[in-house]
Design a protein around this ligand. Structure first.
Ligand code: FES
Length: 263
């Protein structure tokens, strides 16, 4: 058997050069635009426009500012500080170290690769070395993200608590549905995470015994959501901003939050 023989791929040379005839640049372009817009929007909202982050006396809180730990734990923070400044490192860290996100940013921001069978500007790829080794904390970020998710689910419950005079009632408003959708999409994003799947036996190939078989079933069920991880990534991310815009608009009096059901 011959060894050491390499066959160069018939690749064109020069950044972006390719024989592909499809619009291969469309997907990386919208991804780069969406991620850049998300970062800019978050920065502006958290630093300059953080006045209206909830309405109805905290009944509905914006997803960007949740968990609203300053309010939850009655923390005495300086007037310019807000909860997002204290907790955003968790969703940023979780999404930033996500396996799918790594694939996206290596492609769209570092052009490594530019695309399949598309020439990239440089030859070297040193792998995830240097600062990129920090990506190994992903599984720990998952644990923190699960804690944030639990608070988000609590937020949905909180939107259902209406205080009228001295009596408390349960109800459902549009705001409840908005936050419930956001929590559902985030749940699916977390459940479809590769590290979450690994918790149920990613290193095993068989599950024996009664308990083992249950874990195995969970593993295969979780695996079926993992296939759509990219979908859950984008939809859950989009819903954070849709939810924030909704809460902000209601708090500013631009939209209303009709009550749909009183229990
Ligand atoms: Fe994407 Fe874990 S792999 S969130």
């Amino acid at each position: 058997m011959s060894q050491g023989i390499t066959f160069p791929l018939p690749m064109k040379k020069g950044f972006g050069a390719t024989d592909r005839v499809d619009k291969w640049w469309k997907q990386p372009l919208w991804m780069a635009t969406a991620l850049t817009a998300a970062v800019i929007y978050t920065g502006l909202r958290v630093v300059f426009f953080d006045g209206e982050i909830h309405y109805d006396n905290h009944r509905v809180t914006s997803p960007i500012f949740s968990p609203d730990i300053i309010h939850m734990f009655d923390i005495s923070a300086p007037s310019w500080a807000n909860s997002a400044m204290l907790i955003l490192w968790i969703p940023f860290g979780f999404r930033g170290t996500c396996y799918y996100m790594r694939r996206v940013y290596h492609r769209v921001f570092f052009q490594n690769p530019t695309g399949c069978v598309v020439s990239k500007p440089w030859d070297e790829y040193s792998g995830e070395t240097g600062l990129f080794v920090l990506n190994n904390i992903h599984r720990y970020m998952l644990y923190l993200a699960i804690m944030v998710l639990i608070v988000k689910i609590y937020d949905v419950w909180h939107t259902m608590q209406f205080h009228e005079g001295s009596s408390d009632t349960l109800g459902v408003s549009v705001g409840t549905l908005v936050l419930a959708t956001e929590s559902f999409l985030l749940t699916m994003y977390v459940v479809s995470c590769h590290a979450f799947r690994h918790m149920f036996g990613g290193g095993s190939d068989r599950w024996t015994g009664k308990f083992g078989r249950i874990i195995g079933k969970v593993y295969w069920r979780v695996s079926s959501t993992n296939v759509h991880h990219a979908f859950w990534f984008w939809t859950s991310l989009a819903m954070v901003f849709i939810g924030d815009l909704f809460v902000w608009s209601v708090a500013e009096g631009i939209l209303s939050d009709p009550v749909l059901l009183m229990l």
